[in-house]
Design a protein. Structure first.
Length: 85
């Protein structure tokens, strides 16, 4: 079934999903702490951007998606991921 959402909306939703999808840590306390901190930082960033976007009357969703991806890349995974040990 083809999506009824316009491509810029799908792009933005994809960027949100990418920002919030991070690998699980191996289970060490420091790695779990880093995992939760990263998820919290990214969630806060996504929330702030979506709230700002909701206030805009002339939004360019493709630019917003690109900005979200750029900023997400600046918040990389720094802990040992499950499967990497």
């Amino acid at each position: 079934m083809a999506s009824q959402l316009p491509p810029p909306v799908r792009d933005l939703l994809g960027a949100v999903a990418e920002a919030l999808t991070i690998p699980l840590p191996i289970g060490e306390r420091a790695d779990e702490r880093a995992y939760h901190q990263l998820l919290e930082q990214r969630s806060f960033f996504v929330r702030i951007n979506l709230l700002a976007l909701a206030e805009e009357t002339q939004a360019d969703l493709s630019l917003d998606a690109a900005h979200l991806r750029k900023c997400t890349a600046e918040m990389p995974v720094t802990y040992t991921k499950a499967g990497d040990e």
